[in-house]
Design a protein around this ligand. Sequence first.
Ligand SMILES: O=P(O)(O)OC[C@H]1O[C@@H](O)[C@H](O)[C@@H](O)[C@@H]1O
Length: 307
Amino acid sequence: MDRSVAVEISKDENGVSQVVLRSPRGASARISLHGGQVRSWKNERGEELLFTSSKAIFKPPAAVRGGIPICFPQFGNRGSLEQHGFARNRMWVVDENPPPLQSTDHSSGNAFIDLLRKSSDDDMKSWPHRYELRLRVILSVDGYLTLISRIRNVNCKPFSFSFAYHTYFSVSDIRQEIHLNDSEVRVEGLETLDYLDNLCNRERFTEQGDALTFESEVDRVYLSSSDAVAVFDHEKKRTFVIRKEGLPDVVVWNPWEKKSKAIADFGDDEYKHMLCVDAAAIEKPITLKPGEEWTGRVDLSVTASLY
Ligand SMILES: O=P(O)(O)OC[C@H]1O[C@@H](O)[C@H](O)[C@@H](O)[C@@H]1O
């Protein structure tokens, strides 16, 4: 594929560069250099697959409420840094000459872009470590989205970090109570796992249900999950499949009614139409010695449901 056709670089309304990837069949993904954040992922019919709040603030430095913000080097408030770390609030650059990635074959016509964030003096004030964070975003011919992050320690001492692809999926209506007979939105692949409940001081519980359905606020970190998790959306007749490598944990978050009202850049009723399911490394932070590199990969696919 002629890469120049599949990848466009332009500026958004705030003058921030953004990259649009297009598949030959009409799917697209838009990535902003603000936060290295995937802002949009559309299928071949032009339907948006990621949620973005109608109250999202697009002016840097705040992260945009929606899409796929990158949480690094901290997840949530589990540390002394700002919530979810600083990577999502910083400017990234296009990496014109990234080191080769062994695992991925792009010869089949996938569109992709490489972004880079290097530690700045600002970062060093709160987190005194030199790092390079590379992100490759790939849109396959089928319209599937792959994000591969590589973090390298370019320091002379070890450091540890947490990481998450904080993925806001767009769903029809998450509320179980309005669906009498069926779970319109449910998550499978987390059955029997232990999780840390952020709503109960991170206490550890074991998932009992066959599938996760939703009737109130959820804020959990599922531990050591299998490498595939699925989000079924009955009404939209589609299923997201999240496959991951190097990312043992899965965050599931929905703020529900009361919390939504307390989030300034989030509409009061928008909780009904979003669900965050994040591939992440949280419980056991990753430690890198000088010169070492870590890779965390997520593959997001969406299929039409068969029911
Ligand atoms: O408002 P933020 O910083 O984007 O975070 C949103 C949520 O992100 C989730 O991943 C966390 O588990 C929640 O605790 C948090 O409230």
